[in-house]
Design a protein around this ligand. Structure first.
Ligand code: BGC
Length: 753
């Protein structure tokens, strides 16, 4: 009673205390709140509909308690309310497994990290995307959700569905590539996997977080059509198909406004147009105001509570333009009092958080830590992802698979050969119990009859300065070429590591790190059986060696099982089936974003518009190094019998059907891709756009029928004039093929008026 008097008699004092960060959310709830609530109160009744429970609970909350819910209570916890029994939502990063929630990645990735959380390290998003296997991505979501629960957490901060606009974004490895359709399908699968287990995902980063350069201040200038066709579809699918419970707002601005307070995108598009009814969580330290943020529909500021203040006071955060927590209770209450936030708005924001707490089951069944992580089942999913995600880009003279009965020696060479580089750097980097490096995987598979020798060849750029002298470099190169010259096969594993590719900075160049191109070229000179293995999340330039390379594999970032996966592909235990989720430009100048990246005066103009990735390469006839959707197999596939049934558009019956045959002599999987070409539209459209795909397992000689459903939406473009999706009647072309540049079959598809 005494405390509730404080709140009515001295509202200004309350605000002042909160502004001084004395009132954490928990304190406020305990200090000013009326007595506890009886057990039979409606909102505690799990049998009632969620909306009823939300309304009942909301009606029992004081305005202080409501305001206290909009800011976290720690680095990775939302604010609990003891009086009402509202649990804190306990979070963890995401998306490639569970990262320690003890602090920022700088803390948790340090060798002497305070709280070591061990979890399965799954392949990076871009590697999972290379599987084109929605069922597998769903199982990955489930496996990660199991680990989240086993570690006593409730929420995983993923998936990342930002589009790979250009090859230099430091976080390309986290996302699902350049295409909105592929990204949408995989994002939906991941979310369904996670939510199906009662764990809360957060699809991120809404919207247009496509570079790390000045990520707090950069202003992405994007026209409406491009937003709708390229940068919003994955979020729309997450909301409308997966009914995602939370969305994370991005650090950057879009069209002049920070995403955390971007009314047009958060309120008008996400909430109103897409129908999102979960909550929006800020990226860590990405709020810059109070009333505009709350009013736009950004519901939960993170981090909050004690860890927030010192972190925001760091010079780096201040320089980025954020020096305070903005949704702390005192500030929110002051804005309500001033009439800048209505109580109805505050209710809406709080309801969104409550809805998710009820809907996910968190209120009724809090997760209990069991520590059962990294189980054989979870490892199996990680291994399958790493294996299916390997893309065979070149295989001249059928050098691969290696015949273990004929090979006596292998030289494994390169700065990524003996170290497992499981992922890129930053908040997604998981600390696994073990991680299998390429060398370990190859040794294990090679057994005693094949001699495996390792040479570094070149130090990883910046990792160990003692390797960076002319003498050291010459010595390492000589040992490597000697080893390669005396081996039946050389496997050179090149790529980046978390300090060159990660969150918070962009990749400096499309070229491989210093000395790696030269290493490959030198090895190719001494051993014609040199297999190049790329271990990066981004396309790299290859001009200095690709013409002489007989075999090239892109393993992306394979997580903890990456080395085993590579060995199984090299020796043919598994047949490669991965396909590139991004186009590989020959050089940076060929990228559609070249000239419009990273921007000037803190503005980046997405001047290439909808012509991102293959939409650019295929429409404008720029030859990529390797096209979108491309990947070889140890077998071959034949496509036949394409048929279309336009009358079945929008139905549950196939509109497109064809047969795919495994014409080779070993089991394999083909990713059949369906593109739509619109040659009659009034508006400029890409030459074709992906609107379907199916990963098909086929035994040698086997034929399967592949069916695709299609809707009018799949034929549509966004009309800025009509502010709507438009499908123009006329003749479209259905193209079916093995990559965006390997269209095997075409058939007309007539859309009647
Ligand atoms: C990242 C998010 C991440 C968050 C919490 C931010 O720096 O951009 O993706 O979920 O930190 O670690």
């Amino acid at each position: 009673m005494h405390r509730s008097r404080v709140s009515t008699a001295c509202p200004n004092l309350l605000a002042a205390l909160a502004a001084a960060s004395i009132l954490s959310a928990g304190l406020l709830a305990q200090d000013v709140a009326p007595p506890p609530i009886p057990a039979n109160t409606p909102y505690k009744d799990a049998s009632l509909p969620v909306e009823k429970r939300v309304a009942d609970l909301l009606s029992r909350m004081t305005i202080q308690e409501k305001a206290a819910m909009l800011s976290g209570s720690g680095w990775m916890e939302s604010a609990p309310n003891q009086r009402l029994g509202i649990p804190a939502i306990k979070m963890a990063d995401g998306p490639m497994g569970v990262r320690s929630w003890a602090g920022s990645s700088a803390i948790t990735s340090a060798a002497d990290a305070p709280a070591k959380v061990i979890a399965t390290s799954f392949p990076a998003g871009v590697t999972m995307a290379a599987t084109w296997d929605t069922e597998l991505v769903k199982r990955e979501g489930q496996a990660i959700a199991h680990e989240v629960k086993a570690l006593g957490r409730d929420m995983i901060l993923g998936p990342t569905v930002n589009i790979n606009r250009q090859p230099l974004w430091g976080r390309n490895f986290e996302g699902y590539g350049e295409d909105p359709w592929l990204t949408s399908r995989l994002g939906v699968a991941y979310i369904q996997g996670v939510q199906g287990e009662g764990v809360i995902p957060s699809v991120k980063h809404f919207d247009a977080n496509n570079e790390e350069f000045e990520r707090h201040r950069i202003d992405a200038q994007i026209d409406e059509r491009t937003l709708n066709e390229i940068y919003l579809p994955a979020f729309k699918a997450a909301v409308q198909e997966a009914h995602v419970w939370t969305v994370m707002s991005a650090y950057n601005k879009v069209n002049g406004v920070h995403m955390a307070e971007n009314m047009p995108l958060l309120h008008d598009v996400l909430q109103k147009e897409f129908g999102f009814n979960g909550f929006v969580i800020s990226d860590w330290g990405s709020t810059y105001s109070t009333a505009p943020t709350v009013n736009a529909g950004m519901d939960l500021e993170m981090p909050g509570g004690p860890p927030m203040k010192p972190w925001l006071e760091r010079p780096a955060t201040q320089a980025a333009g954020n020096s305070d927590g903005w949704l702390v209770a005192g500030k929110v209450l002051a804005e309500v009092k001033a009439g800048n936030i209505s109580e109805a708005t505050l209710d809406d924001n709080v309801s969104r958080i409550l809805r998710v707490i009820f809907e996910s089951g968190l209120f009724d069944h809090p997760h209990q830590a069991t520590s059962e992580v990294d189980t054989p089942a979870q490892r199996a999913v990680a291994l399958q992802g790493a294996t299916e995600g390997i893309v065979l880009l070149k295989n001249e003279g059928a050098l691969l698979p290696l015949d273990a009965t004929k090979i006596h020696s292998i030289a494994v060479i390169g700065p990524n050969g003996a170290v497992a580089r499981t992922g890129g750097g930053g908040s997604s980097l998981v600390r696994p119990k073990y991680a299998i490096a390429p060398l370990d995987g190859i040794k294990e598979r090679a057994g005693d009859s094949i001699h495996v020798r390792f040479e570094l060849g070149v130090g990883m750029d910046g990792e160990d300065p003692s390797m960076d002298t002319p003498e050291a470099r010459a010595k390492m190169l000589k040992s490597a070429t000697d080893a390669a010259a005396h081996a039946d096969v050389a496997v050179v594993v090149v790529g980046r590591y978390p300090k060159l590719e990660g969150e918070g900075f962009d990749v400096k160049t499309m070229d491989l790190p210093a000395g790696q191109d030269e290493l490959i070229a030198a090895l190719e000179r001494v051993n014609p059986h040199t297999i190049v293995v790329l271990n990066t999340g981004d396309p790299v330039t290859m001009a200095k060696w690709i013409d002489k390379t007989p075999a090239l594999l892109d393993i992306g970032y394979g997580g903890q099982e990456g080395g085993l996966a590579l060995a199984s592909i090299l020796f043919g235990d598994a047949n490669p089936s991965g396909k590139l989720p991004v186009s590989f430009p020959k050089k940076w100048e060929d990228s559609p974003a070249c000239g419009h990246y990273p921007g000037e005066n803190l503005k980046v103009d997405y001047a290439e518009g909808i012509y991102v990735g293959y939409r650019h390469f295929d429409t404008k006839n720029v030859e990529p190094q390797f096209p979108f959707g491309f990947g070889l197999s140890y077998t071959t596939f034949k496509y036949s019998g394409l048929k279309t049934w336009p009358a079945k558009l929008n139905s549950k019956e196939p509109v497109v059907s064809l047969q795919v045959t495994n014409a080779g002599s070993r089991h394999g999987a083909e990713v059949v891709q369906l593109y739509i070409h619109d040659g009659h539209s009034k508006i400029d459209r890409p030459i074709h756009e992906l609107k379907g795909f199916e990963r098909v397992e086929l035994k040698a000689g086997e034929t399967k029928t592949v069916d695709f459903l299609l809707t009018r939406a799949d034929l549509s473009y966004w009309s800025p004039d009509k502010k709507a999706w438009v499908a123009e009647p006329g003749t479209f072309e259905v193209q079916v093929g093995a990559s965006s540049r390997d269209i095997r079959l075409r058939a007309p598809l007539v859309l009647e008026k």
